[in-house]
Design a protein around this ligand. Structure first.
Ligand SMILES: [Zn+2]
Length: 394
């Protein structure tokens, strides 16, 4: 039997649709919105009036006319409220307070060591609560206050139930994140995989409907946008390219398998290449500064340059596999490794050129800005409450 939707529900759906258009493509006029959505002008005007009364949308003056009166342009009122984003990585936790369009008004990086169970689930929860609390106190006065907090996690996450099934490098399993954190705050909490947060952020920035975000930190996570929607797979855990094997009997991985891509193209791999290098004498450890220290040393030392080139070759192998499988319009490399782009990107491009097929050789490849994931995390509350949230669909 066909599902029926009452008028009030339909109005809410249309309101989210209109908000999303202004959010992703603004400034826009009411006529622009009507033409793209197919909603009649009276409905669009009424929904826009409601959004203006709620202060989520504002008029910003007149646009250009294609004949007739100049239209009034609309954009999201970025200071109507704020969201908190937390990017939990293995060596650090980054927290931001962002306005409604992702503008960062506060940022803090907290070093930590969560490698292989060194941090308990309870300790991690305490840290996240402390960081969200700190960010809350940085919020300027606004109409809607804090709309919510979004947390990016490095592993297999169920955004619907709010639980993390498995964070391989932190060694935490079956963690009810929202259950543990939500009672500490008066606003809602959302979680997602870090690669998905990066993909969501880049999709908004670049408006590329088929893209892959590759987050390279201690491990590798990816977020896949297919035809403007996040591809999550049948159980919501798609995108674990970091654990696809590129060497059948290769290096053992935290996931229990062998030869996983992240063992050859992540910070763990960089560390191994540096330790194996005869002309890198320092005793190096995983730390939030590993990549920046290595970049500094690479300015004068060939051992460091060689380690980045080797990493780039393996990064290229994995990305060529992804490109051949998905034929995206854009691949974005993000995470801590992105700051070393000049040292590894030529190798990635070389490998893609030789291993990707046909037009896949020419897929656009770029590097994300350092806050792509945490800004994506901060936009989760907006995606889940104000927008249609195409990226939240399984
Ligand atoms: Zn693995």
């Amino acid at each position: 039997m066909a599902k029926t939707v009452d008028a009030a529900t339909m109005r809410q759906i249309n309101k989210k649709y209109v908000t999303e258009m202004i959010y992703n493509q603004g400034p826009l006029s009411r006529i622009d919105i009507s033409q793209v959505t197919g909603l009649n002008k009276a409905t669009v005007s009424s929904l826009v009036d409601e959004l203006i009364a709620e202060q989520f949308v504002q008029e910003i003056g007149l646009g250009t006319s294609s004949g007739g009166r100049k239209p009034v342009m609309l954009k999201i009122n970025s200071s109507a409220g704020f969201c908190i984003g937390v990017d939990v990585q293995i060596t650090h936790m980054k927290t931001v307070l962002a306005d409604l369009t992702g503008g960062i008004v506060y940022k803090r990086i907290r070093p930590m060591d969560a490698t292989h169970g060194r941090l308990s689930q309870g300790q991690l929860e305490e840290m996240i609560i402390e960081e969200i609390d700190r960010a809350t106190h940085q919020a300027p006065p606004s109409c809607h206050g804090i709309l919510g907090a979004g947390i990016a996690l490095p592993g297999i996450v169920n955004y619907r139930t709010g639980s993390a099934f498995y964070l391989p490098n932190i060694e935490i399993e079956n963690w009810d994140v929202i259950g543990a954190l939500s009672q500490s705050f008066s606003f809602p909490i959302f979680i997602d995989n870090d690669g998905n947060c990066g993909a969501w952020s880049l999709y908004r920035e670049r408006q590329e409907r088929n893209l892959v975000f590759v987050n390279v930190g201690i491990g590798i996570g990816t977020g896949i946008v297919v035809n403007g929607q996040l591809y999550r797979g049948s159980n919501g855990i798609a995108g674990e390219f970091g654990h696809t094997s590129i060497a059948a009997m290769g290096v053992v991985c935290a996931c229990g398998s062998y030869g996983c891509w992240e063992q050859y193209a992540s910070e763990q791999a960089l560390l191994r290449y540096l330790r194996e290098s005869e002309d890198v004498p320092e005793a190096l450890e995983l730390s939030p500064n590993l990549v920046s220290l290595a970049v500094e040393q690479a300015a004068t030392q060939s051992g460091y340059q060689r380690a980045f080139r080797t990493l780039g070759q393996y990064l290229g192998v994995g990305i060529a596999n992804i490109i051949n499988a998905l034929n995206p319009g854009l691949v974005v490399i993000g995470g801590t490794i992105a700051q070393a782009a000049s040292l590894f990107l030529p190798e990635v491009e070389y490998v893609i050129h030789h291993r990707a097929m046909a037009t896949n050789k020419h897929v656009a490849l770029t590097v994300a800005h350092e806050d792509a994931i945490v800004v994506g995390a901060a936009q989760l509350p907006i995606a889940h409450t104000l927008l249609q949230s195409p990226l939240a669909e399984v």
